[in-house]
Design a protein around this ligand. Structure first.
Ligand SMILES: NC(=O)c1ccc[n+]([C@@H]2O[C@H](COP(=O)([O-])OP(=O)(O)OC[C@H]3O[C@@H](n4cnc5c(N)ncnc54)[C@H](O)[C@@H]3O)[C@@H](O)[C@H]2O)c1
Length: 716
């Protein structure tokens, strides 16, 4: 053994070949953590010191090659500020350069996923052989970063500026055929051949049949384009990248600027430029938020796993009551992910519509080549539309998705309870009605939970699983399991009106109504909130949700939390409702909707809206963007704090992820809790005090006050 560590070993094979193997002890995957970087430095030294070594083959002892850097280490590393990050990055990158500078050839066998730091390791080798089962790429921009172990330097020199910009600024994973075509790898072979093929290539290099020195030299020199060509390449790509990323995501543009800066430099200077650029990205609030999101996502998955582990029950057959917008979507999603489902309605037209919608979605996938016609047939036959309860005895879980009316839901649930097996789980897709309240109409309330999907079901990743006062662990666990089977991310919350997501969304709408009442233009509010990062402003969102649905839900919320959700004035939203302006669904709401060329609804400003709301709003007044943001965000954030206080949601990580996945909270802000952390708890409290005169929704809840008194953060 030439070198042996906990992440890397170097062993002598035949003919002067050394095998450097990544195999991180105690982990299922390889990742580039600090230990691995240090061991790479030591292993490189050991290879250098052994004059019998004529070439190095780099392999992995796991199913993946290396999944990337260890993101859990970023928080503490980046806390050292920009200068600290430059130092750390330059030092780590020099380890990769030392490996590259070995005076013998190197070939990597990319057996599985090689992303981020993992692919940067591959780029440090002279040749890359890739398995047909592997994927490669530099996805760092998704974390608000870009490659910092020499990836921007080497990839520009290996595949050229245009392609490198696309790989790095786009951050997507690349298939073997694409990687080969663009020159990022030198050969693609079947998975079982990848190590042998790499050794074979290495032997040819050692024998002098391949000019590996020229390959190495290429990466040490400036990019092979003259100044004019470079300028053209960077100028065109910069505009495209900036346009695609948008101003809220600075990392892709920073990456391209860095690549432009170092294109004329030799490797070591270029690496310094990369480290400086990387550090700039690393200390942005966007990187902080996106890295936080990655961690929150892991925490959410872990929590869900813990819940589903408590279930002995397998969900082999599901049923949904109601074939409307939600019921139809639930049936489609369940069937397409492999759980057969019975779809029951009381109207055969509803069943036809539900099946029609599923057929449309599946045909779309077939047309895009993502699904075969055969698979489409199988999915459709896994949805059994029916007008009666015939087969309900064999069903493991029933999801109720009938109209949002407590009485109707109570009657339907109690009816179905009498027809299913004793251990069948009943779940309601209600948006607002308390699960504990609905459970009152049931004989087995322990088997009952909430399972709140979001619209459109096939697109929205979140499912809130709601535990009522009497819901059993088993019922929660089985529902979490089904959500996972359906490819969704379940978050378990405790019961209250609106649960977590709608409970915090309605105070935000309340903030909107109040601001409009006080004379703000709803269009101006939409513009400011869209710039803040929401996919759509609140007026537009209400139109999309449906003004009737919104008003109905707002009444339920007002009943649940009258002190802060019951307005003492007539709102503009209610005026829309009174005038049957229900939003996109009937073509008129705050905006009116016309069909665009593709047949999609396009919003257009309608002067009538202003005439209608005039009697209930103050004279038009300009509000600063900061005030608009505060007046909408504070009620939402305060309500999240109350939900944490009341343990409606277990952690800040789950709360933030629920908002991002459920209502499109701007991901680059990381969620409501991260938003407070980035603003600073004292500043946040001061803002609450400034607007407290507007009502209870603006007053800082106890949790915020305590956190401010102790100078605490939600995260770390
Ligand atoms: N639409 C949304 O954006 C959304 C989002 C999340 C949750 N939800 C909730 O999902 C539920 C359904 O909403 P929707 O938008 O799909 O409504 P919808 O009006 O589109 O569909 C309801 C369906 O239930 C059927 N139905 C009524 N009584 C029935 C019964 N006794 N048995 C079987 N079917 C019956 C109706 O015929 C109709 O097809 C509501 O509780 C709603 O609050 C809706």
């Amino acid at each position: 053994m030439i070198y042996s560590g906990s992440a890397i070993s170097v062993q002598a094979l035949e003919n002067g070949i050394a095998e450097l193997k990544f195999d991180l002890a105690g982990e299922s995957v390889n990742k580039f953590n600090a230990v691995t970087v240090n061991e790479l430095a030591a292993a490189t030294q050991a290879i250098k010191a052994d004059s019998s070594i004529k070439g190095v083959v780099v392999t992995s002892g796991k199913g993946v090659f290396i999944v990337g850097a260890d993101i859990t280490e970023f928080g503490s590393l980046f806390a050292n500020g920009e200068a600290g990050v430059v130092e750390w990055t330059a030092k780590a990158a020099s380890v990769f350069s030392a490996f590259e500078d070995l005076t013998v050839p190197s070939v990597v066998a990319i057996n599985g996923i090689a992303l981020g730091g993992g692919f940067e390791m591959c780029l440090s080798c002279d040749y890359r052989v890739m398995s047909t089962a592997a994927k490669v790429g530099l996805p760092e921009v998704k974390l608000g970063l870009f490659p910092g172990f020499g990836g921007t330097v080497r990839l520009s020199r290996v595949i050229g500026i245009d392609n490198a910009v696309e790989w790095i600024a786009g951050g997507s994973e690349k298939r073997p055929d694409v990687a080969l075509k663009e020159g990022a790898v030198d050969a693609v072979v079947a998975p079982e051949l990848v190590r042998d093929a790499a050794i074979n290539l290495l032997q040819q290099a050692i024998a002098g049949k391949l000019d590996w020195k020229a390959k190495k030299a290429e990466k040490l020199a400036p990019v092979k384009l003259n100044m004019m060509e470079q300028m053209m390449a960077f100028n065109t790509s910069m505009a495209v990248v900036a346009g695609k990323a948008g101003s809220n995501y600075p990392a892709p543009v920073l990456a391209v600027k860095t690549m432009q800066k170092h294109a004329t430099m030799t490797r070591d200077d270029a690496m310094q430029a990369e480290a400086a650029g990387f550090a700039k990205a690393a200390v942005t609030p966007q990187a902080n938020a996106l890295i936080g999101l990655f961690m929150a996502d892991q925490a959410v998955k872990k929590a869900a796993k813990k819940h589903s582990a408590k279930s002995a029950k397998e969900v082999k057959q599901a049923a949904v009551l109601g074939a409307g917008i939600m019921g139809g979507g639930i049936a489609y999603q369940s069937a397409s992910k492999g759980t057969p489902i019975i779809m029951k309605d009381i109207r055969s037209e509803a069943l036809d519509l539900g099946m029609g919608e599923a057929t449309k979605l599946l045909s779309g996938q077939v047309a895009k080549g993502r699904l075969t016609a055969d698979k489409m047939g199988k999915v459709l036959s896994a949805i059994r539309p029916t007008l009666n309860y015939g087969d309900f005895k064999t069903v493991d879980i029933v999801i109720e998705a009938v109209v949002e009316n407590a009485k109707v839901k109570g009657a339907v649930l109690s009816e179905v309870e009498g027809l299913v097996a004793d251990d069948c789980i009943l779940a309601s897709n209600t948006s607002t009605i308390s699960i504990t309240h609905l459970a009152k109409s049931l004989k087995r309330p322990q088997n009952f939970v909430g399972m709140h999907f979001f619209n459109p079901v096939h697109m929205m990743p979140l499912v809130e699983v709601i535990r009522g006062e009497q819901s059993s662990d088993e019922a929660v666990a089985a529902t979490v399991k089904l959500a996972q089977q359906m490819g969704k991310t379940p978050i378990v919350v405790n019961d209250c009106p609106g649960f977590l997501v709608n409970r915090v969304l309605f105070p935000y709408f309340g903030g909107f109504d109040l601001l409009v009442r006080d004379g703000a233009d709803f269009q101006a509010i939409d513009k400011v909130m869209e710039k803040f990062g929401w996919p759509m402003g609140p007026a537009y969102l209400l139109d999309v949700v449906g003004i009737d649905t919104g008003v109905h839900a707002a009444h339920v919320m007002a009943e649940g939390f009258p002190d802060r959700m019951k307005p003492d004035y007539k709102s503009a939203t209610e005026i829309m409702f009174d005038n049957t302006r229900y939003g996109q669904k009937n073509g008129k709401g705050f905006y009116v909707y016309e069909q665009d060329k593709k047949g999609k609804p396009k919003k257009v400003v309608d002067p009538t809206t202003y005439e209608l709301i005039a009697p209930v709003v103050a004279a038009r007044k300009e509000f600063e963007a900061d005030e608009i943001i505060a007046r909408l965000m504070l009620p939402l954030v305060n309500e999240i704090a109350r939900c944490l206080e009341e343990k409606i949601v277990a952690s800040a990580a789950e709360a933030d992820m629920a908002l991002i996945m459920g209502i499109g909270f701007p991901p680059f802000r990381g969620g409501a809790c991260r938003y407070v952390d980035q603003m600073g708890i004292q500043n946040y409290l001061a803002l609450c005090e400034k607007f407290a005169h507007l009502g209870k929704a603006y007053e800082a809840p106890a949790l915020i006050k305590t956190m401010a008194a102790n100078n605490q953060k939600f995260f770390g």
